[in-house]
Ligand binder design. Structure first.
Ligand code: UD1
Length: 418
């Protein structure tokens, strides 16, 4: 197993390019199940979660050709309709095959994802919506067995906006009989990217990016070429890193309209942010101001940047209150940050961060994907030796060559086998 070693104290300087969005690429790859023929997907990041979805679809008989960040996908000849526990347990987003498989084949068998480090994360809203569309489901040995002759359009109300739930049901509805309306749908940019691909395939979808999405089922779809949007979470991670290391970084390939909440908070913390064609330049202040943050569904502050922003607030002047409202139990990075000298007090879903003068280098353990990024950010500013971040397979799930990109910005950071 690898670890990441960081010698902190070097301001980030220079230019970095953001990769394609993992959370857009995952549903976009599963959307290829909806029709045969070769799709061409561009700007696909090379990371573990993408490998996992490719492995799951390969087991169903889908053909892939990967060349750098360009992925060709053909699901013309499916040989199965089952996603096994061994793969699903490593990535909850595997549930995204359910909607498209039912839409095209009327059958799917997929292991229930189970718990994960950041809370219970059920998929009940996905299943309730599919049941409303006529799907019969039963649970056997931890697997959901689902069957339907043809999906029927339905009025669906999500109790809470769910990102993959909205995507799954949107993909199910594009080939259903009649009209489906999703109310209280999630509005994340990744959903709009998927909708735009589905429309190019011939789907009839309106309202993505709002809380109400209407989908009128069509008889068939066609393969397409699609370019995945840039990863706003990776971009936000670089923005926070530039600000907290007192650096100056130009981040290209990032969509500022996807990052308004983050930009506002970083500016309040004292960073100078300039939007220029195709990207932003972020210049960090001498000392950051403390800023309160509350995670919310898009366009609110993303839960996927909460841990990274908390790392920045550890060195801010004053106290900052960080509220996590999207997931329970998403503060597991706190005890690791404390090992580096951070002063944080958790009370239910809120964390009070008291800014301190220094963070100190230490060996720490990554506990989930975004927590690993926050520990790396802390390592970039830590004093007194080397920070070692262990269990970085979490990081490799969702960031493309993060340590290489930081090294390109002047950080002293490298990967080493344990
Ligand atoms: C997606 C993202 C993840 C991000 C999250 C929130 C992908 C692959 N992953 O995860 O990176 O952190 O959105 O922005 O896109 N919920 C239920 N029942 C359900 C579904 C969700 O109660 O059936 C709850 C969840 O427990 C959570 C909230 O709804 O409290 C939002 O979760 P959801 O938007 O579904 O997260 P994911 O789609 O799994």
């Amino acid at each position: 197993m690898d670890k990441i070693v960081i010698e902190g104290g070097h301001p980030l300087q220079g230019h970095v390019t953001v990769s394609g969005a993992k959370n857009a690429a995952l549903p976009i790859i599963t959307a290829c199940l909806l029709t045969g023929g070769w799709h061409r997907l561009e700007n696909i990041p090379r990371l573990r979660d993408i490998e996992t979805i490719i492995r799951i679809l390969s087991q169903l008989g889908v053909a892939f050709e990967f060349e750098q960040n360009s992925l060709r996908v053909n699901s013309g000849q499916l040989s199965g309709h089952e996603a096994a526990y061994e793969l699903v347990k490593t990535m909850r987003a595997s549930i995204l095959i359910l909607g498209p498989l039912l839409a095209r084949y009327g059958r799917a068998k997929i292991s229930l994802p189970g718990g994960c480090a950041i809370g219970a994360r059920p998929v009940d809203l996905h299943l309730k919506a599919l049941a409303a569309m006529g799907v019969d489901m039963f649970l056997d040995q931890g697997y959901i067995n689902a069957r339907v002759d043809r999906l029927k359009g339905a009025e669906i109300f999500f109790d809470t906006p769910t990102v993959t739930g909205t995507e799954n049901i949107m993909m199910a509805a594009v080939l259903a009989e009649g009209e489906t309306t999703l109310r209280n749908a999630a509005r994340e940019p990744e959903i709009q990217d998927l909708a735009s691909m589905l429309r190019d395939m011939g789907a009839d979808i309106e309202g993505d990016g709002t809380h109400t999405i209407t989908i009128r089922g069509v008889k068939e779809l066609r393969p397409v070429e699609h370019i995945v949007i840039p990863d706003r979470i990776e971009a936000g991670t670089f923005m926070i890193a530039a600000a907290m290391t007192r650096g100056e970084v130009h981040i290209s390939g990032c969509r500022t309209d996807h990052l308004s909440a983050v930009i506002e908070k970083l500016e309040a913390a004292g960073a100078e942010i300039q939007t220029i064609e195709g990207g932003v330049t972020v210049k960090g202040p001498e000392i950051m101001n403390s800023v309160d943050v509350r995670t919310m569904p898009f366009p609110g502050f993303p839960t996927d940047l909460q841990a990274q922003f908390m790392a920045a607030m550890c060195l801010a002047e004053g106290w900052s209150m960080i509220r996590e409202t999207v997931f329970e139990n998403r503060f597991i990075h706190v005890s690791e940050l404390e090992r580096m000298g951070a002063d944080i007090e958790i009370n239910g879903g809120q964390a009070l961060v008291r800014g301190c003068e220094h963070l100190l280098a230490a060996p720490v353990m990554a506990t989930d994907l975004r927590a690993s990024a926050s520990l790396i950010l802390a390592g970039l500013v830590a004093e007194g030796g080397k920070t070692e971040v262990h269990r970085i397979y979490h990081l490799d799930r969702g960031y493309e060559a993060l340590e290489k990109k930081f090294a390109g910005l002047g950080a002293k950071i490298w990967r080493q086998s344990e």
